[in-house]
Design a protein around this ligand. Structure first.
Ligand SMILES: [Zn+2]
Length: 434
């Protein structure tokens, strides 16, 4: 039966006139995720959308929209308001209700809470939960197109969802081994700081900024007692992290993530490659310049993942450019350190440092200095058996999320998407709670 027939049937039988009417009320409330709210009317708008007029039941009225406490009424607010609900088949659907205001002793004059939507949202809770779930599991365009909302709107919705689901979860409980890192999230060097729990692999905290103040803000939130429980903090080689860690976490060992050490070597190698390429071009050695350019991925990739063609390019480099090949070996040997038992790894690290110091490649000489200065943290990571795979996986995922978050209006929306994906804050699809 077409939907409009149901709608008119519903209207004919009245709202409270019969048991049948009551049953239909429940059907509409169920369809739109209205819970125990009272359905007063259902009609088609001029635009052909289904509008379900509803009101909270008596016990759910006059609640502050922020804290949910019962408060004295203030006024009728701006009259009737609509909330976009999940589509009914092909048709857009809306919930319509009064939006009166109450006077809360704590939050002042605010619009009342409604059981079907989050505060200050123009969408129902089910609609928002579905958007959040899709944002985690589907592409940007699929999410926006299926839900008929702009990607920017998705950003605002998931911020509300995470604020809501985050209130019920204590992400900072039982932290002992954490990783602190930075992610750039837009051109123009804008950064967020993220904290990962090494034991669960979860993202437990994120905030805008990349400085001492941001790290202190995390420890403030964690609180003094929980700071004492932190046994290990891994990070890159930045002082803005190590300073606050030393100050606030007296029982923590600072480790340098293997990921960042190897990244330093990859960058040093790339510098050598660029130098060789530039020199070859300047000297008119076009063939060499071309070869070096073409070998970029072969140099970057881990040898075990090379294709036959890339392995060929690498062996070409070995024969035509000793400097670049030396840089490649330096990178690979540093990576090798993390595959050995602790004692052998430390011995190899020291051999690496003395080789890199004398290698006559300026970028590696610089890296050798940095690594010498950071040696205790690098060794601590090896001795504590800190799994690099997990840090690197979380890091890669957050970077992919940061790319997807292009088009969001704020860093907070990116943080929300990261928490939905990596903090276990993604709500189930509406009606699927198990
Ligand atoms: Zn309140």
């Amino acid at each position: 039966m077409p939907l409009c027939a149901y709608v008119s049937g519903f209207l004919r039988s009245g709202i409270e006139g019969s048991r049948n009417g009551m049953r239909k009320t429940r059907v509409w409330a169920g369809l739109l995720g209205l819970g125990a709210a009272v359905v007063e009317n259902v009609y088609f708008s001029d635009q052909g959308e289904v509008v379900v007029a509803a009101r909270p039941r008596w016990s759910d009225r006059d609640l502050c929209g922020v804290c949910g406490q019962r408060c004295p009424g203030f006024d009728l607010g701006e009259g009737r308001r609509r909330w976009r609900a999940l589509d009914l088949g092909e048709v857009k659907a809306f919930v319509e209700a009064q939006a009166p205001r109450v006077s809360c002793p704590e939050h002042g004059v605010v619009v009342c809470a409604v059981p079907w939507a989050r505060h200050q949202s123009r969408f129902t809770r089910s609609f928002e939960d579905q958007v959040a779930w899709l944002a985690v599991h589907c592409s940007k365009s699929a999410t926006a197109e299926l839900m008929r909302v702009a990607w920017r709107t998705v950003g605002r919705i998931i911020e509300r969802v995470v604020a809501d689901t985050g209130r019920r979860a204590d992400l900072l409980a039982d932290l002992q081994r954490i990783g602190i890192d930075e992610i750039s999230h837009r051109k123009g060097q804008r950064y967020i700081t993220v904290v990962i729990d090494h034991d669960s692999g979860r993202l437990v905290w994120a905030a805008r900024g990349r400085d001492r103040k941001t790290v202190f803000a995390f420890f403030d939130q964690l609180g003094e007692a929980r700071c004492q429980e932190i046994r290990l903090v891994s990070a890159d080689m930045a002082a803005w992290i190590s300073g606050p860690v030393a100050e606030r976490c007296p029982n923590a060992v600072l480790c340098i993530d293997a990921f960042h050490v190897v990244q330093g070597a990859t960058e040093a190698l790339d510098q050598v490659r660029r130098d060789v390429w530039n020199e070859a071009r300047r000297a008119g050695q076009d063939q060499l310049a071309h070869r070096v350019k073409g070998a970029r991925f072969a140099l970057w990739k881990n040898p075990e993942n090379l294709t036959v063609r890339q392995a060929g390019k690498l062996s070409e480099i070995q024969h035509t450019n000793r400097r670049l090949y030396r840089a490649y070996l330096l990178k690979e040997q540093l990576r090798q350190i993390y595959r050995l038992p602790a004692e052998a790894a430390i011995a190899l690290l020291d051999r690496w440092i003395s080789w890199a110091r004398r290698c006559r490649l300026p970028s590696f000489v610089r890296l050798a200095k940095t690594i010498t200065a950071q040696r205790p943290g690098i060794i601590a990571a090896i001795e504590h058996g800190l799994s690099n795979a997990r840090v690197e996986a979380a890091n890669t995922t957050i970077r992919l999320i940061a790319r997807r978050a292009f088009g969001f209006h704020s860093a907070e929306a990116l943080i929300a998407l990261a928490k939905l994906t990596l903090s276990g804050l993604c709500p189930p699809l509406p009606g699927r709670v198990t």
